[in-house]
Design a protein around this ligand. Structure first.
Ligand code: XMP
Length: 512
């Protein structure tokens, strides 16, 4: 089916799927596998190339993940990144040590442009570094192909054996020419021709969903967001009316959103789906009363969701599968393998242990948001739905810092509506993600000669393509001022509006 394959061997870094996705962007099919994947299996899979990822360990620590030396003798091109580069150096006889100073962030790297990996790359180029150890001395036979003032071996290579390594992360967008480097690796070093397209993913997924489901009944958790909409349409193409979509209006949606979702997926919309809307706002507010810890809130919302689905499933009877629109960043940030847990994303860590379905199907589990949008376009889903900005599963529950109440939901809904309305008017809608959040801070103000003691709304806007990293957007000051004015004047309970400048990392996009 896919002739060309690049394998990413996962040593526990945060960016592993990002590497795979960058390779797929080069139209080369790529899969991530744990570093425990056996060498015979690798030979059988016959990849055009292998990429060793980063990871949190030190190669010289006893319990660190390693790979047998023989892998470097297979004649398959290998690119080691960060920990992967150190592992290559260590295994082949180089020296890895704790660096005298850790390098973190955007760093100017001097590269040797005669290297295949750096073909067409500027001699001085900004790369993303994040390391404590470094390669002090490359193994014999390797030549150093990049340096920084701190790193004597920022990249090394042995072209005869097609072995390449970089201390920095080419997969992260902060590495300005990283995409070019990965493309150089897959095309110039691995000799790929680029035979993979999103249409193959869509066709293969529809086919395998059809096989998997057989004549079973499927329930889809539809939120109206991009991910679950794409998942629902994929399933509907695969199995038609065996699918029932359940839309839970849990009282944590954006203003008017419930009705908007119903207009698209309900009986009057363009799709021929079984659609059920469950209104259960009070039930969610009751469960969330008095709870302010973010993970606890996420888990409550996740669990209550599932309970509602189970109840609906019982009404339908004999439901075999539950579909969810989980995408890759949800998986990785909920802690996959040895990566650190950042948040329990709804649909993953937030799930209760006992779910009364035979199986959960997550057809988008390996895709990033922009890949999901591409899949949506392949499926013919209207552009206004496909390009919709993302909205998290736990909804406004994680945009209200602290305890959630019906009153706070009203405040953040109204503030967010104004923000979106003014942004649309100003023509700045193409941003990655922007929304209003309600801080848990109340402060003193003065309005009409009266003292106020009200909440502060935070406006957030970030530019991002992959949602793993994000930069604060530069919204014109007049727009911010207009939004602030309208929120203070029109939304009761707010007397202060702030703009969040934080990027990700170190912040996350949502507040909780
Ligand atoms: P963070 O806040 O983790 O957000 O930087 C990254 C992206 O993920 C969305 N997000 C979620 N999506 N369930 C989801 O389906 C969740 O629990 C969840 N939490 C965050 C967030 O809106 C952003 O696009």
């Amino acid at each position: 089916m896919n002739k060309e394959l690049v394998i990413v061997l996962d040593f526990g870094g945060q960016y592993n799927q990002l590497i795979a996705r960058r390779v797929r962007e080069c139209n080369v099919y790529c899969e991530v596998h744990p570093y425990t994947l056996g060498i015979d299996k690798i030979k059988e899979m016959n990849p055009k190339g292998i990429i060793f990822t980063g990871g949190p360990n030190s190669v010289y620590a006893e319990e660190s993940p390693r790979y047998q030396k023989e892998i470097f003798e297979l004649g398959i091109p290998i690119l080691g990144i960060c920990y992967g580069s150190q592992l290559m150096a260590y295994t082949l006889g180089g020296t890895v040590e704790t660096a005298p100073v850790s390098e973190y962030g955007k760093t100017e790297v001097k590269v040797d442009t005669s290297s295949l990996l750096f073909d067409n790359v500027n001699e001085k180029t900004i790369c993303w570094m994040s390391h404590t150890d470094y390669i002090a001395k490359a193994p014999e036979g390797f030549r150093v192909s990049a340096t920084t003032p701190v790193c004597p071996v920022a990249a090394m290579e042995m072209p005869e054996k097609k072995l390449y390594a970089t201390q920095f992360h080419p997969e992260v967008l902060h590495t300005q020419e990283g995409v070019k480097m990965l493309s150089n690796f897959v095309y110039h070093v691995c000799g790929c021709s680029g035979d993979w397209k999103m249409s193959s993913f869509v066709e293969d997924t529809i086919r395998s969903l059809r096989e998997k489901v057989g004549d079973g009944k499927v329930l889809c958790a539809l939120s109206g967001g991009v991910d679950s909409s794409v998942a629902a349409v994929l399933l509907s193409k695969a199995i038609g009316k065996q699918l029932t979509c359940v839309f839970v209006d849990q009282g944590l949606l954006r203003k008017n959103e419930g009705d908007e979702v119903e207009a698209v997926f309900g009986p009057d919309g363009p799709y021929d789906l079984n659609f059920i809307r469950v209104n259960c706002q009070d039930r969610f507010y009751a469960k969330l009363a008095g709870v302010s810890e973010p993970e606890a809130k996420r888990k409550i919302i996740g669990e209550e969701f599932i309970r509602v689905f189970e109840e609906e499933a019982k009404k339908i009877g004999a439901v075999d599968f539950l579909v969810q629109g989980t995408i890759y960043p949800d998986v990785i940030e909920s802690g996959l393998g040895k990566s650190a847990v950042i948040k329990s994303h709804h649909n993953v860590g937030g799930l209760p242990d006992c779910v009364e379905f035979k199986e959960i199907i997550e057809p988008l589990r390996l895709l990033f948001k922009d890949e999901v949008r591409k899949a949506g376009r392949e499926l013919g889903i209207p552009e206004y739905l496909v390009s919709r900005q993302p909205f998290p599963g736990p909804g406004l529950g994680i945009r209200i810092v602290g305890e959630v109440t019906a009153e706070k939901v009203r405040i953040v809904q109204d503030a967010d509506f104004i923000y979106r309305e003014e942004s649309a008017k100003a023509g700045i809608e193409g941003l990655g993600q922007y929304f209003a959040a309600l801080t848990n801070m109340r402060s003193v103000g003065v309005m009409g000669d009266e003292r106020t003691y009200d909440y502060a709304v935070a406006l957030r806007a970030v530019n991002t393509t992959d949602f793993m990293t994000a930069e604060c957007s530069e919204i014109p000051f007049e727009v911010l001022q207009k939004v602030m004015n309208r929120i203070i004047n029109e939304v009761k309970g707010v007397n202060r509006v702030m703009y969040d400048l934080t990027s990700k990392p170190p912040g996350t996009i949502e507040f909780e």
